[in-house]
Structure formats: structure tokens, C-alpha cells
Design a protein around this ligand. Structure first.
Ligand code: RM4
Ligand code: MN
Length: 385
């Protein structure tokens, strides 16, 4: 139990700045009260999530949504709030020029513009002290014959290698894949295999990021995690959950058992060892639920799945596996999943000087009432802001 607690104490989950802004579907964005008007206010909200959970000390930025004049000042502000800047997320999907793609666009001019943005993101890493760049490309085609699938891979490789060469000491990038959307016929980085092949060619500073919402239904994500970890190519996660496509719902809400299975492979593969560098990030949108408690709940869901994964009796499992005891092995696995770890986590929080119930403690704190009253006027942050 002491080992388990030590591992849980060391856990670190990164929250995304965009989860604190307004979001919605293509049908409607519902504005909520108290939503941040700028990146400084987003960091203040993220600091609340850390204050009540104790395990969310970094915040991912999305550029240009989080564009500021002085990034060093933003990092200083984060530090004063008790949090740090995490991954820098590039955005080459919201400019009119990118209708037919960004780094894979048929026009060299558009490709130049997109790659320049990625390079600017590395400058922002330098200014904020961030060590991770996250690359997600919406690039792809809607119709057979629309563009040359193979040439688009060449263009992608060219841009990635320019960005790779720009990375400094201790910096890396994570390449994210996504099956479809917004491209409906052929996405240029549709799956882990494509991302993996590009990263292997580039070298050790390029790794794959697994967004749990970016697969075909029924995909065995824990297998992908096990494989990438074994190859030293699992750079991190974008956690969320989904019922249908890329729903970006709270992680562990749709399928807590899948989250447990993923976390077990992380434990099994040594993914919590700091030297593996696996980043545990959330990538979610709270379209209808309040945002700060939505993040607190998500962090707690990851923590619960982690605690259960750590509880798997690995010796008993290995014994059952080597004896070919199918039912025995499965029972060991399910025993851990079916354990109620909430009392253990409440105890852990108390030991850390935190309230045992972060949701209740936040609700009682009056922070929401304060921001709802203070944050009037100005432009609320949101998609496209
Ligand atoms: C994409 C992808 C990226 C995220 C954007 C907002 O689907 O998951 O990681 O930055 O959405
Ligand atoms: Mn993502």
C-alpha cells in the first residue's frame, strides 16, 4: 500500500487551457458564467483544479487561442498561482488558408505559413520553459482523387523534419493522430502506425500522443499503449471519453473500465517512471457542465483508474498467466477493477493536507460565485477566440 500511495503522490495530470473556455458543437456554443476572458484567467482556474486535487500542476496552452504579448510574463503568472506551463499545442486548423490542409497543402506558400507557426510554437516553448510541443493536423481530403495521398505524406515528412531540427536540448514533439474529422475520406495522420513511422524516422525527440477519442469504435487502445511504451515511443495521452466519435467528454465517464485497462498497461510498461516522460494530459470540452468542477472530476477519474491499475496483484497475475489459468488471471484483473479506491484516495488527500472530497471542497470555496461576479464584460474565451 505504501508503494501505491507513493506512486499516486507522484502522479501528475495536465489540464488544457481550452477546457476553461466556452465550447460547444457545430450547432451551438452555450456561454457559461465566470468563463475566463484571457489566458491569465484560464491559468487562475487551472490553479483551482490543482489546489483541490494536488496532482494537476501544469496547464497546456493552445496557440493562438492563448496568444499573449509576453510569454515569459504568462509563465511567471502561472508560477505565482502555483502551476506551470505544460505542452504547447499548435493550431493549424482555423485559418481560411488551411481549407485544403496545412503542412500537407498542395501550395508551398500555405505549407510555409503552417510550418512557420509550428516553429513559432517552439519559440513559445523557449519563452515559457515548456519542453513539449503537441502537433495535431486536421489535414486530409474529402474525396477520392482530390489530392495525391503519397505526396501529402512527403510534405508532412518535410515539415516535421524542419520542426524536429529546430527543437532545442530537452525539447520534444508529440505527434497526434486522429481517424477522421474534419477530413472525411483520408486523413494524413489517421492512426498510431502512421504517427509512429514518422516519429521513428525522425528520432528520439519525436513521440506519439494517444488521444483516447481518436480511434474507430472498438479499437483496443490499451494494446496501442503497450506497444508504443515498449518501443519508447509513447509521448503522452490526451485523455477524454466518447460514445460515438471524438466526443471530448470527461475522461472515464463513458468507459471507466477502458481507462483502467489503459492505466494497467501504463503501470505494466513502466510509464509512470519519470524517465519515460509520458505526459498525462486531458483534452476535453465541457459543453454543458461547469468547467472547473468538470476538470476536477476528470482528474479524479484518472486518479481512480490509476489506483485500481496499481492494485492489480502482478505476482498473482503472472502466476495465473504462466499456468494458463485463464479464469484465474481474469479474476485477479477484475478484483482490482472492482475495488472501491475512493477511501484510499480520500486518505491520501488528507495526508497531503487536502480536503478528502475535492468536488465538495471546491463547491464550498465560493470561487465560482467570485468569478461569476467579477468576470463581466470583455470577451469570454472559447473556440476560435
Ligand atoms: C483535436 C485534437 C487536438 C486538440 C484540438 C482542440 O481534435 O484532439 O489535440 O488540440 O482538437
Ligand atoms: Mn487531442
Amino acid at each position: 500500500m505504501t508503494d501505491i500511495k507513493a506512486a499516486l503522490r507522484a502522479q501528475h495530470i495536465e489540464t488544457p487551457s481550452w477546457a476553461y473556455g466556452n465550447s460547444g458543437t457545430r450547432f451551438k456554443v452555450f456561454a457559461q458564467k465566470g468563463v475566463p476572458r484571457d489566458p491569465y484567467e484560464k491559468l487562475a482556474d487551472a490553479a483551482q483544479v490543482h489546489a483541490y486535487t494536488g496532482i494537476a500542476p501544469t496547464v497546456a496552452l493552445h496557440i493562438p487561442w492563448d496568444k499573449v504579448d509576453d510569454y515569459a510574463d504568462l509563465a511567471r503568472h502561472a508560477g505565482e498561482l502555483g502551476v506551470g506551463i505544460g505542452a504547447i499545442n499548435s493550431n493549424v486548423f482555423q485559418d481560411d488558408d488551411y481549407m485544403l490542409g496545412s503542412v500537407t497543402h498542395p501550395s508551398a506558400g500555405v505549407r510555409r505559413k503552417a510550418t512557420d507557426h509550428l516553429l513559432e510554437c517552439v519559440d513559445i516553448m523557449d519563452a515559457t520553459g515548456s519542453d513539449t510541443l503537441k502537433l495535431w493536423f486536421s489535414d486530409g481530403i474529402n474525396y477520392p482523387g482530390q489530392d495525391d495521398i503519397r505526396a501529402r505524406q512527403d510534405r508532412l515528412a518535410e515539415s516535421l523534419s524542419e520542426v524536429y531540427d529546430r527543437l532545442g536540448e530537452g525539447q520534444r514533439f508529440l505527434l497526434e493522430y486522429k481517424l477522421f474529422e474534419p477530413a472525411f475520406y483520408a486523413t494524413d495522420v489517421p492512426d498510431w502506425g502512421t504517427a509512429y513511422a514518422h516519429c521513428v524516422k525522425l528520432g528520439p525527440k519525436a513521440q506519439v500522443v494517444v488521444d483516447t477519442g481518436h480511434h474507430a469504435p472498438g479499437t483496443n487502445i490499451e494494446f496501442i499503449v503497450a506497444f508504443l511504451l515498449r518501443e519508447g515511443k509513447l509521448g503522452g495521452f490526451d485523455f477524454n471519453s466518447r460514445f460515438y466519435a471524438d466526443d471530448d467528454l470527461m475522461v472515464g465517464a463513458a468507459d471507466p473500465f477502458q481507462l483502467f485497462r489503459i492505466m494497467y498497461e501504463v503501470v505494466r510498461g513502466g510509464g509512470f517512471d519519470p524517465e519515460t516522460g509520458v505526459a498525462f494530459m486531458l483534452d476535453q470540452c465541457h459543453n454543458i457542465e461547469p468547467k472547473i468542477p468538470g476538470q476536477i472530476r476528470s482528474v479524479m477519474n484518472v486518479q481512480e483508474a490509476t489506483a485500481k491499475a496499481l492494485l492489480v496483484d502482478r505476482d498473482a497475475l503472472a502466476a495465473a498467466q504462466s499456468e494458463g489459468d485463464v479464469l484465474g488471471a481474469n479474476a485477479v484483473f477484475m478484483d482490482a477493477y472492482n475495488t472501491d479506491v475512493r477511501p484510499l484516495l480520500a486518505e491520501l488527500r488528507t495526508e497531503l493536507g487536502l480536503a478528502p472530497d475535492p468536488m465538495a471542497a471546491y463547491a464550498k470555496s465560493g470561487y465560482f460565485e467570485k468569478i461569476a461576479a467579477e468576470r463581466v464584460g470583455g470577451q469570454q474565451a472559447g473556440w476560435g477566440a
